[in-house]
Design a protein around this ligand. Structure first.
Ligand SMILES: [Zn+2]
Length: 287
């Protein structure tokens, strides 16, 4: 799933390629992607893109005097820039294509979604805050005013584990499963550490890890074409998705905890005092 750094890079890429151009046609190929009906999708047609925004993991195109086209790529969604776009009409129900946006230049982009679970969402709204997921977003962790005090304030009111807190979009916008693993590894903290237990020094360490991890990932992703971002994201991750590999910091073997629909990765030496965490799914099955 694209998270803050990838969506930020997509925003840069699209700013460069879309702003000043006219959207001539928007084709919803998969009916389920469109989550709004008023204004209609056609309301962005014939309009110039004036700005591209990121809201957490959402991407929004602002049009001249018209509505915003906002998308959430979800777990298996992606954006593919096409120059030129294929000339024939896309065939509904075939393949991963969900939505196609065509510009007056003949170029454009496709939103695609792999797999059978269709979660990619597109909204056409007068105001981005009309998208419920955008309205619920917590502060952006790369915003200038997101300082250590802000993080401490957000976490102090929480009674849960760090992993879940970091991923909660209404607490902090843009961090998902991959970067929460990376941030906790950089901060040398267990994913199951209770948020309320952080000392001032630990909060400072977590803040530093959060900002550094995301800033570095944004820097790595910036300037990379949309099509190569997914590979770039994977290559930059130190623990996430690397079960069984050696930790790049200490050499210990990276382990994972599986849940019904996801998994997390961590390094026991760096994060849990050398102790492997119980695999909850497994221990439940064994009971
Ligand atoms: Zn390690």
């Amino acid at each position: 799933m694209p998270e803050l750094p990838e969506v930020e890079a997509l925003k840069d890429f699209l700013t460069e390629h879309l702003v000043g151009h006219e959207i001539v046609r928007v084709l919803p190929v998969a009916v389920s992607v469109l989550k709004t009906y008023d204004p209609p999708l056609s309301a962005v047609e014939g309009r110039e893109v004036t700005a591209v925004h990121r809201y957490g993991k959402f991407l929004g195109l602002e049009t001249d005097g018209g509505p915003h086209l906002v998308t959430h790529l979800a777990r298996a969604g992606w954006l593919h820039w096409r120059d030129p776009l294929p000339s024939g009409p896309p065939r509904p129900g075939k393949g991963p294509l969900a939505l196609r946006v065509a510009l007056e230049t003949g170029a454009g982009f496709d939103l695609t979604e792999a797999g059978t679970q269709k979660r990619l969402a597109v909204y056409v709204v007068a105001d981005p805050a009309d998208v419920p997921g955008v309205a619920r977003l917590g502060p952006d962790p790369l915003a200038d005013d997101f300082d250590e005090e802000r993080l401490a304030g957000l976490l102090s009111g929480e009674r849960r584990q760090l992993k879940g807190a970091l991923r909660d979009q209404s607490l902090i916008a843009g961090v998902g499963n991959a970067y929460s693993d990376e941030i906790l590894h950089a901060a040398r903290m267990s994913p199951f550490k209770p948020t309320g237990s952080l000392t001032a020094a630990e909060t400072a360490r977590l803040y530093e890890a959060l900002r550094t991890t995301l800033t570095e990932a944004v820097e790595r992703s910036r300037g990379i074409a949309a099509g190569r971002l997914k590979a770039e994201k994977k290559s930059g991750l130190r623990v996430h998705g690397r079960t069984g590999e050696a930790c790049p910091v200490c050499g210990d073997t990276i382990r994972e905890v599986s849940f019904s629909d996801s998994s997390l990765q961590y390094c026991p030496t760096c994060q849990t005092g050398g102790k492997p965490l119980a695999d909850r799914r497994l221990s439940r099955l064994l009971k």
